[in-house]
Design a protein. Structure first.
Length: 309
């Protein structure tokens, strides 16, 4: 198939590359010309305007938008919608609020356009391992574009699916990220407890490695935690400043609206807020884990941002 890709950041470019390796035709656009050049090097058709993007695609067009949630996504979708024809598809693969996705789907449908909201998980590892895709929208549109999803997913039959109507994809991804907050917090707290038991002289990287095999708490997050601890068990160069990109807050708010108790996720969110004022080991490990699975920037003690190399 062919797909337009708008947004060639740390996930968008990798997704485009995975699609190219899967034999699809990708027309790639980004406001950063260097990112477009990287896409061209990977085999994509690079363009430098949205007009050129639309012109380079055959009808019915499908365009995947992978840009920051909020105003950037809103503006990008609106700009594209004004250039598309009835039957074309717009896909939002970012971390948009599901209520915005429901609104956008209704607005685009009134203009004869199709809209899919795709919760996308996999971070910087997605190029190699594949992406977990939670898709909301019309079933017929999902089916038509299924070759795209099968290529992006870890396996053609696993790791992706149509989860419900418009908004459902981003709702499920929101809850996914809320759960992620709780899992990460539990690991970080547990390892700090062991670190504080100094008379036992525990080697945290060894314990993480032991738990990775056969333990009931084994997971991909634990794999990444083991990787972090093997590199620097003290995490001495990492400031305990853990950001949140919104989904955890939305999950907590939704839990309150639905009268669902969610103390673990709520406290995990509060711990991230507290990390911005406290110099603690738990938060340093959280920051390192986010860098490992998503390439998120780490704040170093010298005040510099950016990811570890």
């Amino acid at each position: 198939m062919e797909l337009g890709m708008v947004g060639l950041g740390k996930m968008g470019l990798n997704m485009a590359t995975r699609l190219l390796k899967g034999g699809h035709r990708v027309v790639a656009f980004d406001v950063n010309s260097d990112a477009v050049a990287s896409a061209i090097q990977a085999g994509a058709v690079g363009v430098y305007t949205l007009d050129d993007l639309v012109s380079a695609l055959s009808a019915p067009r499908a365009i995947w938008v992978m840009v920051p949630a909020g105003k950037v996504t809103e503006d990008t979708l609106q700009n594209l919608a004004g250039r598309l024809k009835a039957g074309d598809v717009l896909i939002d693969g970012g971390n948009s609020n599901y209520k915005d996705s429901q609104r956008r789907a209704a607005e685009l449908e009134a203009r004869g356009l199709n809209f899919l909201d795709v919760g996308t998980s996999g971070g910087v590892w997605g190029l190699k391992e594949g992406y977990s895709l939670m898709i909301g929208g019309q079933a017929a549109v999902v089916e038509r574009l299924s070759p795209i999803f099968k290529t992006l997913a870890p396996d053609a039959e696993r790791g992706w699916g149509h989860v419900g109507p418009s908004g459902a994809g981003h709702f499920v991804k929101m809850v996914h990220n809320g759960i992620e907050y709780g899992l990460m917090q539990a690991y970080a707290e547990g390892f700090e407890i062991m670190k504080k038991k100094e008379e036992l002289n525990l080697k945290l990287s060894q314990i993480a490695e032991i738990w990775r095999y056969g333990s009931v708490v084994r997971s991909w997050l634990l794999d990444l935690t083991s990787r972090v601890l093997e590199q620097d068990e003290e995490l001495s160069d990492i400031r305990p400043w853990v950001t949140d990109s919104g989904e955890g807050r939305w999950t907590v708010a939704e839990a309150v609206d639905l009268d669902v108790p969610a103390p673990v996720i709520t406290l995990a969110l509060q711990a991230r807020l507290a990390s911005r004022n406290e110099e603690n080991y738990t938060a340093r490990l959280l920051a390192a884990m986010r860098n490992q699975f998503g390439g998120h920037a780490i704040k170093h003690r010298d005040g510099k941002g950016g990811s570890h190399e």
